[in-house]
Design a protein around this ligand. Structure first.
Ligand SMILES: Nc1ncnc2c1ncn2[C@@H]1O[C@H](COP(=O)(O)OP(=O)(O)OP(=O)(O)O)[C@@H](O)[C@H]1O
Ligand SMILES: [Mg+2]
Length: 365
């Protein structure tokens, strides 16, 4: 999969930009605040996922305009395709001349992996950020996962609303039976997808991290069952979840929310066997987040049979020369869009194009 060209207008500060992309390396450089991340962000939105910076459409539209536009020509599923996006009050995408029902319809049609400064929160942030890492990747690899996830969250919200009504004595506890049944079925499916994905990601990210650190450090990830009993081997996940939902009803009633289920799970990340959240240095956290993202790209390519586009925003800072060198070499298998302030470190790569961004306009150098 690769981007052939990309244009954007009135997308944040971007003014009628156009990039004819190189099939391998695309370096986007410029001073701070010129629009580099805006380009990465507008390419990313064609995956059908939310922006990595905001969920609000109005923030994506230039302050002085009513509507932002972007267009992506890309090669996927063995053919050239075109997607056009308009962002106003809503985000509307037309793929190959046909209007998508929602941006989500793009999931699996154009696949990318993005690393941005906010990706660092995967290692140091809340469990929700780590779940998001898994959920976004799985939604792009298996679009059906996103459908199941959204049904699960809807059912969870309904159960939480019912818990409040039971607390107010409007209903009896038994009314939860139907919702627990549905939650256990959907939740088991989510956990099953996640465990399969983590197994592949674990091996890849450990291998990449070892390369980044010149085999000096080790990296590991494990799925962690937040409020649910550890699920091992052949045990029926649905049954375990159902039992948990039943046994935690009384305590849920005190807390007024549902505690058990994949919405409370997490990912344990370790560097040299120690919890990365607490012990890893800045550079190690960044290396870990990168290993997870490049691992994601690798798993995505293997699972779907088509390599995703890799978007790297401000990735090299805080990394020593050895780590930077390994990453640049490792990127060889993908089409990459990488931003930086000073292109001289990346210029070593001869196989690519360089674009300069100044005040929201882009020119090839
Ligand atoms: N909705 C908007 N309308 C107009 N301008 C905006 C909007 N949102 C952001 N901007 C502007 O876009 C500019 C570029 O932002 P961007 O994040 O792409 O910079 P950058 O080149 O990546 O900088 P850095 O190197 O600091 O990361 C900023 O000056 C910002 O004020
Ligand atoms: Mg930026």
């Amino acid at each position: 999969m690769n981007v052939i060209s990309h244009s954007a207008d009135s997308f944040r500060n971007l003014k009628d930009t156009h990039i004819e992309a190189h099939p391998s390396m695309n370096i986007i450089f410029g001073e701070n605040g010129q629009g580099k991340t805006n380009i990465i962000e507008s390419i990313w939105l064609f995956t059908g996922c939310y922006s990595f910076r905001t969920h609000k459409n109005n923030e994506l539209v230039c302050d002085t305009e009513e509507e932002a536009r972007a267009k992506l020509r890309f090669f996927a599923s063995e053919r050239e395709q075109t997607a056009e996006m308009k962002i106003g009050k809503t985000k509307d995408i037309v793929l190959n001349g046909v209007a998508c029902e929602s941006p989500r319809a793009m999931m699996g049609r154009f696949r990318a992996v993005v690393f941005s400064p906010s990706t660092l929160s995967v290692v140091k942030g809340s469990p929700g950020e780590r779940r998001r890492l898994i959920d976004v990747a799985l939604s792009l690899i298996k679009p059906n996962y996103a459908v199941i996830m959204s049904r699960y969250l809807r059912t969870l919200n309904q159960r939480n609303a019912l818990i409040k009504k039971i607390y107010e004595k409007q209903y009896d506890l038994n009314i939860l039976d139907t919702w627990d049944d549905a939650l256990a079925t959907l939740g088991a499916s989510i956990i099953d997808y996640r465990l399969g994905y983590i197994e592949s990601l674990r091996a890849k990210s450990a291998e990449i991290y070892s390369g980044i650190s010149s085999s000096k450090e080790s990296f590991d990830i494990r799925y962690s069952f937040g409020k649910t009993t550890e699920i091992n081997g052949d045990k029926d996940i649905r049954e375990i979840l159902l039992n948990e939902l039943h046994s935690t009803r009384e305590s849920d009633l005190k807390k007024l929310y549902t505690s058990a289920g994949p919405h409370s799970d997490d990912l344990n990340i370790t560097v040299n066997g120690r919890d990365a959240r607490i012990y890893a240095s800045q550079g190690q956290k960044r290396s870990g987040a990168l290993a997870l993202k490049l691992g994601e790209a690798s798993v995505m390519g293997e699972t779907t049979g088509e390599e995703p586009v890799v978007l790297l925003d401000d990735v090299m800072s805080e990394l020593d020369e050895g780590r930077q060198k390994f990453i640049l070499n490792y990127l060889d298998s993908w089409q990459v869009f990488i931003t930086c302030c000073d292109p001289s470190t990346l210029m070593r790569s001869e196989n690519g194009k360089v674009f300069e961004v100044i005040g929201g306009t882009v020119s090839e150098r």
